[in-house]
Design a protein around this ligand. Structure first.
Ligand SMILES: CC(C)(COP(=O)(O)OP(=O)(O)OC[C@H]1O[C@@H](n2cnc3c(N)ncnc32)[C@H](O)[C@@H]1OP(=O)(O)O)[C@@H](O)C(=O)NCCC(=O)NCCS
Length: 416
């Protein structure tokens, strides 16, 4: 249902308009949205990718996209990273997000971005628009003294703290190496590193404390980094600080372990928590008492195949073969129908085409569910067990999994 009084409109780039434009988002999240935050956001926005809704002259809806690249099996794909989505509480459920989403997906199509990605405030919102869970993320919280590895390891290198300027010289380049090998990871603009990821922006400091950036060097070579916050808390028994790991990445498992051990040795810390670990987390296999982590799994990055054919052709497949998918897609009907993936056995590239009428489909599923198998987070067998697909040909599920399976579970440490 469209409310004709409400218009979908792009904001101009002047300060007054942008401030009014973003209000539905800051109101929705009940942020104490300071001028400092606005000035930072403003530098990160791509103004020609912002879209909003006005009722008269009042901005009542806002959303935006960032130009990103997403690592997929065997390569990468251009992606619209959707962000800053909000509708004023006075104007909810009148189709405003639906209209802004249409605009954003149309713009992504014009820019040859076959997929859109986002982090959701609530998992119920985005399946309405064809998004499915693209990655999972793990969170945990553990008493520091229970954070013990089951097996000993040789000490590795040295860890030191770096300020934003030195962090900028070291960390983004290392991340870039990791990103291109980590299915599910997304590219990060240098401004984002400088203003948001390495800098201590005001947004999280009240809840999580001061931010630090640490690097691990082995024989003078950078091998990993950690970005974390420590919230100071004291009572009559002493310090009980909480250390929150925002990000920890190493070039190899030994580097990551060395960073975890270093963090676990920080004085005055009583509790360690982490928000975006991979699932399954290697720590679960490494800890002396894994249950004490209290590892919790939640939806991570959501993904929408906007141009299904281009998206499927952008990744590689694990085996040669042919599979035909019958896809429904209410929000982007151009994707509907039967699609045949023909994978040549040598390089794993697929050619994807509309199936001829003579071809019988292997499985039938909705685009939201295809999105969950796209990066390898779930399998067709998982979908079948959840009652989310129909196997149309005996063996169809197994045939599809043979092609789509990936060596490692995808992971994204980047909140889009
Ligand atoms: C989430 C939000 C943007 C939705 O905007 P909206 O304009 O109300 O959405 P629409 O009216 O276009 O809804 C489209 C469909 O999605 C459904 N939907 C929207 N928000 C939903 C939610 N939170 N839970 C379940 N369904 C939801 C609607 O019911 C509607 O379905 P229908 O077509 O079957 O009726 C808005 O409620 C909001 O700003 N919430 C607070 C901030 C927030 O969570 N932003 C998202 C950041 S990731």
């Amino acid at each position: 249902m469209h409310d004709e009084a409400i218009q979908i409109r792009q904001p101009t780039g002047d300060t007054e308009t942008l401030r009014a434009f973003i209000r539905p988002v800051s109101t929705a999240f009940a942020d104490d949205y300071t001028d400092e935050m606005f000035q930072m956001d403003r530098q990160l926005w791509e103004v020609d990718r912002l879209i909003g809704a006005v009722d008269g002259e009042t901005w009542v809806g806002a959303a935006g996209a960032l130009s990103m690249r997403l690592t997929v099996p065997g390569g990468e794909v251009r992606a619209a990273g959707l962000t800053d989505v909000g509708v004023a509480p006075s104007h909810r459920r009148r189709g405003i997000l639906t209209r802004m989403m249409r605009w954003l997906l149309d713009q992504a199509t014009e820019r040859a971005e076959p997929v859109a990605i986002l982090y959701a405030s609530d998992g119920a919102i985005y399946p309405n628009f064809g998004f499915g869970m693209g990655t999972l993320r793990g969170t945990f919280e553990i008493d520091r003294h229970a954070f013990r590895f089951a097996r000993p390891a040789e000490p590795l290198g040295r860890v030191r703290l770096v300020d934003v300027d030195e962090g900028m010289r070291l960390i983004p380049a290392l991340f870039e190496r990791l990103r291109t090998e980590r299915v599910g990871e997304v590219s990060r603009h240098p401004d984002r590193w400088r203003l948001q990821l390495l800098a201590d922006d005001g947004r999280m400091r009240p809840g999580l404390g001061m931010k630090s950036n640490a690097v691990l060097e082995v024989d003078g070579q950078l091998r990993g980094y950690a970005i974390y916050r420590v919230k100071s808390e004291w009572d009559e028994r002493g310090a009980k600080n909480t250390l929150t790991v925002l990000e920890l990445s190493g070039l190899d498992p030994a580097a990551e372990r060395a960073l975890w051990e270093w963090l676990a040795g920080i004085d005055l810390v009583a509790k360690i928590q982490a928000w975006r670990t991979s699932v399954p987390s290697p720590l679960f296999l490494q800890m002396a008492t894994p249950r004490r982590l209290g590892l919790t799994i939640a939806d991570g990055m959501w993904i929408r195949l906007i141009d299904l054919q281009a998206a499927l052709e952008a990744r590689t497949y694990a085996a040669g073969g042919t599979v035909t998918l019958e896809v429904t897609d209410a929000f982007c009907p151009a994707n509907e129908g039967r699609w045949t993936l023909d994978v040549a056995s040598d390089r794993g590239m697929a050619s994807v085409s509309a199936a001829t009428t003579a071809v019988e489909a292997d499985v039938a599923l909705d685009t939201t569910d295809l999105a969950t198998v796209y990066l390898g987070t779930f399998s067709f067998a998982d979908l079948a067990r959840a009652g989310r697909l129909a196997e149309l040909r005996p063996g169809g599920v197994a045939a599809a999994d043979l092609l789509f399976r990936t060596a490692e579970a995808p992971h994204s440490a980047t909140m889009v």
